[in-house]
Every structure is written in C-alpha cells, then in structure tokens.
Design a protein around this ligand. Sequence first.
Ligand code: FES
Length: 318
Amino acid sequence: MTTHRLRIEAKTALADRIAEFTLAPVEGRLPPWAPGAHLRVALPDGGDRAYSLVAFGPVPEAPDRYTIAVQREDDGAGGSRVMHGLAEGDEIEVTAPECDFPVRTDAPALLLAGGIGITPLISMAHALKAAGTSFRLLYAARSRDAMAYREALADGLGDAFTAHFDDAAAGPLDLAGLIGGMAAEEHLYVCGPRPMIDAALSQAEACGIPRDRVHVELFDNASAGAQAGDDSFEVEIASTGEVVTVPAGQTIIEALEEAGHDLIHDCQRGDCGICQTEVLEGVPDHRDVVLSEAERAEGKLMQICVSRAKTPRLKLDL
Ligand code: FES
C-alpha cells in the first residue's frame, strides 16, 4: 500500500476536544481525493486510524495540503490521544486517500452529521453545492462548544445548513421527522456515532426507503469493536476446510490474517461493506451498519471485520 510522509504544518483547536491538522507532504505530490474520502494515519503501536479529509469547496485536482479534524476520545483506544499529542512540525505516515462514502451529485440529498461525523459531509455538501443539486445538511452536537466548523459551514452553505445543539433543543435530532419527510428521489447520508447510525437505518427501513438511497459511515472504530461477554468461536474456510479460532478481543479478519490469509478490507468498523462474506453454516452476530434488518435475519452475509458468531462455528465462503 502506498504511504506518504506528511508534516503537520498547522494544528488548530476548533472546539471542545477537536483539533484540525493541516498536513503538507515532506516530499513529492499528494494524490487527489473524492468528497467523502478518508486516509489512514499510522500509529506508534502498529495500528492505524481513519480520518476523513475536509474541504470547504471543490476538492482540488492536485492538492498541496490535506486537512483532517480529530476529536480526542479520552476513553477510546488511544489513537485520537496520540494525534492530539502531536505538534506542528511533527511528521506522520498516512495511506493514500480512499473513498467508501461517495456522494451522488446528481440526486438531492439529506446529510445528517453527529459530532465529529461532520468531517466527510463537509466536502460532500460542497460537491452538491458546486453541482447545483438540492441538499440539506443538519449537524448535531451536544452543545455549541462541542461543534467544530459551525461558522464556516453557515458562511459556505447558507440556508442549506442547520446546526442542532442537543442541550439547547433539549434532545437529539428528530430523525423520524427528517427521514420520514424525505422526498422520493432524495438520498440519505449519515455520519456519526453508532446509536445515530442505528437509529437512522431503522427509521429509513421503517419508512421504506430503499437501502441504495441510504449511505452511512461510522466515525470511530471503537463503537464497532469488541463487546463485554464476547466469546471465542471457530471459523471454517469452506475452500480448504481449515479451521481458525477467533478469540475474544480479536476480529475474524485479524484471526485469519494471523493464520496467514490475505483478506480484502478497508474500514474495519463495519460500514464500507468491502469485507462482506457469505455465511454457509452457523449464525452470525451482526455488528455492522451495512446490512438491512432483512439481510441480518437471513444470516447469509456478514462483515467479517466486526461481526462475530452466535454459534460455536461459522463456515464462510472463503
Ligand atoms: S472492512 Fe469495511 S465493513 Fe468490513
């Protein structure tokens, strides 16, 4: 995988626990990216974290800087704390941008952001604006202090932008009203924490909105991760009969990779669908936001980056 070494040119506090990083190449050119794209920052522990790229306007064809915004999660796995500990002049290693959350600029859109989930939606909203396509962006945060980019969004998007403060409104966004009121051709894009994604998907399904008009991205890996009470289980690889044990605290992908298998994956949080795998036997424990309720109930498909097993063994079409 191609990586790029970037220098932190500027680090700016945007809101409570949110900092913006402007990243310049140490050498060479930066690859272009599409609205909604993210890059992965390598962490000292060997892991990485995905951060969406931010652009207040059309994405340049030949970018000379990347901008990301990172919210510090004090009870998270530590990636955001590492990022917040960096200073201007420090260097980081990142992957080339990829986009699992593309926007259709030829269809009207309702964009819903929760917290730092605003980041991919900024470039997507500006792409819709540039295309002259009708859209609305609703951005919810706990409070005014917790909201990044509010003034820039209001200036850039005008009436298409609405800020929602949970504390002032005495509650979260009215997802039922917003999604229930969507026009027939409107696409729904949601990026935020897990409860918001789950609620939006349920509402969209209840309203009969086809899944191909609903697009979601979780903003953090942590919310898709292990849960208390997870047990180990076995995965049988149908093509070879090999059986691999997946311990608690490890994903199917991690266990299979440790056993020497090469697998295609990207988000590793259950929202891009790239690791989707057919289940031939056993019952999956779904933890993704890709499948519909009907697909979950059917149990024939699963996202092996996050989902686990309700039975002692899964036979997968691998
Ligand atoms: S890698 Fe994205 S859903 Fe599994």
